[in-house]
Write a protein that binds this ligand. Structure first.
Ligand code: NAD
Ligand code: DAU
Length: 336
């Protein structure tokens, strides 16, 4: 059993949900290494402040001495890597930080894992490494790797490095590939929180292209339980797909959000499409269901309402993340 877990990127949306869960459900000690980029927010972990099983280190997974010192000092025996540049649109504006963190940072973690004889490593990856689907079909773990954006290319490269470390050096490692997450604390550059906050302020809701691109939505807590099940039970060297079985076109999501918020559809504005925009993602997660006894538990409609309510009930968090640097990005991205 793992005693001291290094979680990287734990101040982001999914990493923070994972840390809250593990501290609640287990007696494992957690060290969170996060460089606090624009997406890393210590406020996401306010609930666990003062927990003696939790330690925060501000720094980058690209710093080998720091990662080694953490592994030594805290006697780390497991690593889960959430740390990443995670937004496709930003990767189109500048791919460099995506390669540096997602590929370079993963390599540092893998090398340190070998050196320190880490007992288990999990790479949090994404369904985007499979590229885009047509009208039908689902991504399985053996679908070809065909990433289309600099973000997904960087995640695919990292996945290949993990597999190479398993095969070449015998590292005990697993990979999860999950679909689109939603839930509390998601940074409002991603579809759902962006639309909720814009609608609340009666701002335009920018829909890329024809709005008919399809994503498979999963509640963030279901993703976290899938990561934990994979960490505990997954077979080394294997990939496990995780998905919510809730395929929706973007326009349907946005119209549902407007209904929940009681705002008019006239706020919807069709804008220029994302370059290289993947048309459809859909996940076959039957391997995780049968081998890990995991399945998504949240109903999409209920999860969406509770997510909207979370944003409505947390105006301070929303105000803090929608200030300064965020607005510069927003203006650059959406000229509407
Ligand atoms: P996020 O952008 O909200 O958080 C990323 C976190 O990583 C931030 O706290 C940031 O400060 C930290 N970070 C970035 N660079 C770092 C570095 N060099 N060193 C240390 N920390 C660094 O991302 P998220 O949505 O929580 O995604 C977490 C992981 O899950 C990512 O690996 C992403 O690729 C993957 N994923 C996300 C989704 C999704 O829908 N959001 C779906 C599947 C997989
Ligand atoms: O599939 C998993 C991936 O999901 C993760 O690996 C990524 O980290 C995560 O960001 C997400 O990627 P997407 O590109 O699918 O998510 P995003 O929220 O950026 O966009 C969802 C869809 O909504 C996509 O088809 C683009 C569209 N969109 C997005 C924004 C921000 C719009 O139409 N308008 C927008 O303003």
């Amino acid at each position: 059993m793992i005693k001291n877990l290094l979680v990287t990127g734990g101040c982001g949306f999914i990493g923070s949900a994972f840390i809250r869960k593990i501290l609640r459900d287990t007696d494992i000690n957690i060290v969170n290494l996060d460089s606090l980029t624009y997406a890393g927010n210590p406020e996401n972990l306010i609930e666990i402040e003062g927990n003696h099983r939790y330690h925060f280190v501000k720094g980058s997974i690209q710093n080998p001495e720091l990662v080694e010192n953490i592994c030594d000092y805290y006697k780390i025996d497991g690593i889960i890597n959430f740390a990443a540049e995670s937004h496709v649109d930003r990767s189109i504006l500048d791919a460099r930080p995506f390669i540096d963190t997602n590929v370079g940072g993963t390599l540092i973690l893998l090398q340190t894992a070998m050196k320190h004889k880490i007992r288990r490593y999990l790479q949090v990856s994404t369904d985007e490494v499979y590229g885009s689907l047509g009208e039908s079909g689902l991504f399985t773990e053996s679908s070809p790797i065909q990433p289309n954006s600099p973000y997904s290319a960087s995640k695919a490269a990292a996945d290949h490095l993990v597999s190479a470390f398993v095969h070449t050096y015998g590292l005990n490692a697993v990979i999860t590939r999950c679909s689109n997450n939603y839930g509390p604390f998601q940074f409002p550059e991603k579809l759902i929180p962006l639309m909720v906050l814009n609608a609340c302020e009666d701002k335009k809701l920018p829909i890329y292209g024809d709005g008919m691109n399809v994503r498979d939505w999963i509640y963030v807590d279901d993703h976290c339980s899938g990561i934990w099940a994979t960490f505990l039970k997954g077979k080394s060297g294997e990939v496990y797909n995780l998905g919510g079985k809730s395929e929706k076109p973007n326009i349907e999501i946005v119209k549902t959000l407007l209904k929940i918020l009681n705002k008019p559809e006239s706020l919807i504005t069709y804008v220029k499409d994302r370059p290289g925009h993947d048309r459809r993602y859909a996940i076959d997660c039957s391997k995780a269901e049968s081998e890990l006894a995991w399945k998504p538990a949240f109903n999409f409609d209920e999860g969406l309402v509770s997510t909207v309510n979370w944003y409505l009930n947390n105006p301070k968090w929303c105000g803090n993340v929608r200030s300064g640097e965020y607005m510069e990005y927003y203006e650059k991205q959406y000229k509407i």
